[in-house]
Design a protein around this ligand. Sequence first.
Ligand SMILES: *[C@@H]1O[C@H](CO)[C@@H](O)[C@H](O)[C@H]1NC(C)=O
Ligand SMILES: *[C@@H]1O[C@H](CO)[C@@H](O)[C@H](O)[C@H]1NC(C)=O
Length: 220
Amino acid sequence: MDPIHHLPLLAVLLSILTFSVSLTSAYDPNMLQDICVADLQSELRLNGFACLPMENVTADHFHSDSLAMAGDTDNKFGSKVTAAAVTVFPGLNTLGVSMARIDYAAGGLNPPHTHPRATELIYVTKGSLVVGFITTDDMLFEKFIKIGDMFVFPRGLVHFQWNNGTTEASVMSAFDSQFPGTQKIGNSLFASSPEINNAILAKSFHTKVQVIADIKKEFM
Ligand SMILES: *[C@@H]1O[C@H](CO)[C@@H](O)[C@H](O)[C@H]1NC(C)=O
Ligand SMILES: *[C@@H]1O[C@H](CO)[C@@H](O)[C@H](O)[C@H]1NC(C)=O
């Protein structure tokens, strides 16, 4: 048969392949233009943010000093995440990267959380930390790291950083997403809105409803 007759079949196979590839790759989408500075005021709803008109774009859109200052760690956890994602740094729109800095008081903890859309690579700029992540089959990979060290938390896995030292600590974080998203395990379960039924949580944690109520009070 003439190879030309196979073309419709080929096209169908290709589109199925393309579709399944797009289902299995969870990365930020590829860029379709050089730049697309986020227009954070736009009413347009799409996967990402609408582009500012080119004539409105300036070099300032590609600059941010939002990580220059240490975050205020005077809170229950003794840690502060300062994010430089697309929502505060519009030039990152469609580029598939962002950063954050995390500051820790002595004893400070960045409690267990996940980033559903990004792998996170941290670089310690001050002090030392106990860091770790847990795989989907409940294996803990934990390490004590210090200034100058890096550690990577694979996409979507639950992880934490704990400053068990007696001085402040700080890290710079890089993400392979313009908007990694953060789901804090404690807040999700004990401070959701509306709240999760205590009976559900009590059964989940093999404990009593009153224990759950007590934990919830701490998150209010
Ligand atoms: C772009 O700049 C023009 C002229 O300064 C202004 O009228 C318009 O509101 C700007 N558009 C956006 C989306 O910022
Ligand atoms: C912090 O934990 C690490 C790992 O368990 C340990 O080696 C280190 O001595 C601890 N630091 C302090 C100040 O206790």
